[in-house]
Design a protein around this ligand. Structure first.
Ligand SMILES: [Zn+2]
Length: 187
């Protein structure tokens, strides 16, 4: 997996790129939660569920199917004021779905561990993408990041995830300023 730091960063960048800065704290918290939530399945190791099991690490909880359910549940629990299945509701549902699903997608670009059960619950086959440039992070929380291997992982994530996301955000901000300046309307 990429580190919890990078998954959280992905959530914050996703919110900034799609919605901009002026969103409530609850929205940012949910964005970060969605991005890191699939990795709660590491608990499986401590309760004796094998890595390759349906509910094992990188199993069902890393699938787009879980992301769809997770987005629905989070909206019902924490954004209940939005009318169910309204246009605005779907907008948030798609956003939180993509954010949660992005976790498994990013993991599928890493170069270690078992693959991701992207088709779960229909198949427990684990997948990687043909190109796996992201250094896999060791399981063990933040302390493992402060090792030579941890620094290598962070550098890989910085180059392959942080920089592209920052470039996309910069392009969005630049495009908005350009529109405001030359077309005198809200973009
Ligand atoms: Zn993961």
């Amino acid at each position: 997996m990429p580190t919890i730091i990078t998954h959280s960063f992905t959530g914050l960048m996703g919110g900034s790129i799609v919605f901009g800065r002026k969103m409530p704290v609850r929205f940012w918290l949910l964005s970060v939660v969605c991005s890191v939530l699939p990795d709660l399945d590491v608990i499986a190791f401590s309760i004796g569920i094998p890595y390759g099991h349906f509910f094992g690490h990188r199993g069902f909880f890393h699938s787009p199917f879980f992301a769809a359910c997770c987005s629905f549940i989070l909206l019902c629990l924490f954004m209940w004021e939005i009318k169910l299945f309204s246009k605005q509701w779907w907008k948030y549902w798609i956003y939180f779905f993509i954010l949660t699903a992005s976790h498994g997608i990013l993991d599928a670009f890493t170069n270690g561990g078992l693959g991701i059960a992207l088709l779960s619950p229909f198949s427990n086959t684990r997948y990687f993408f043909p190109w796996t440039p992201i250094e896999v992070s060791a399981i063990g929380g933040l302390p493992v990041l402060f090792t030579q291997r941890g620094m290598m992982v962070l550098w890989s994530e910085f180059c392959l995830i942080w920089i592209p996301l920052l470039i996309i955000l910069s392009l969005k901000v630049a495009a908005r300023h350009f529109c405001k300046k030359y077309f005198f309307r809200k973009c």
